[in-house]
Design a protein around this ligand. Structure first.
Ligand SMILES: Cc1cc2nc3c(=O)[nH]c(=O)nc-3n(C[C@H](O)[C@H](O)[C@H](O)COP(=O)(O)O)c2cc1C
Length: 148
């Protein structure tokens, strides 16, 4: 089945607690597992940056939940495209806290597609992958809980 992926950025509701975030992740992970969706969520304390991938029907149902969630607002889609294979096959949703500068560097980069072609060096998706990998160069590091 063809796979699609979406990346968006949004702003967290001001009073969002880390405990709430942990609850959200548990809920999101359970739903994603049923929908066949995988991906990663980065949070800088104010903004979310999320990458979601999966079959079109599953992705649509997850994205509808994301769009309707009241815990964030100002959602802006950065990319939506077909992908040849999953970039995060093992993560029903992994999350990580990153610093605001790193998140802004990803968001402010030019966005075009969701592949790692040399022609797209410096583009948003390449930055997203490298930021997620950190210095270790590993594409799928152990999931880190945001709150605990
Ligand atoms: C930043 C963010 C990321 C989310 N990611 C997912 C997800 O990956 N899968 C999913 O099914 N729901 C996701 N959701 C939706 C939540 O699991 C939950 O359904 C939603 O937050 C409903 O509660 P709320 O309206 O109080 O925010 C996300 C919500 C937010 C705010």
């Amino acid at each position: 089945m063809p796979l699609r992926a979406i990346v968006y950025v949004s702003q967290a509701r001001a009073e969002l607690s880390l405990a709430e975030l942990d609850g959200l992740m548990a809920d999101a992970t359970a739903f994603n597992r049923m929908a066949g969706v995988t991906g990663v969520l980065m949070f800088d304390g104010a903004c979310f940056l999320q990458y979601l991938e999966g079959p079109a029907d599953g992705l649509d149902s997850v994205y509808a939940r994301v769009v309707n969630a009241r815990r964030h607002h100002g959602l802006r889609q950065l990319a939506s495209a077909r992908v040849q294979a999953r970039w995060f096959p093992r993560w029903t949703m992994a999350s990580r806290q990153i610093d605001a500068q790193a998140l802004a560097a990803i968001v402010d980069a030019p966005w075009e597609g969701l592949s790692l072609e040399p022609a797209l060096a410096g583009h948003g998706f390449e930055r997203l992958l490298y930021t997620w990998m950190g210095g270790g160069g590993e594409l799928e590091p152990a999931a880190v809980s945001l709150g605990s």
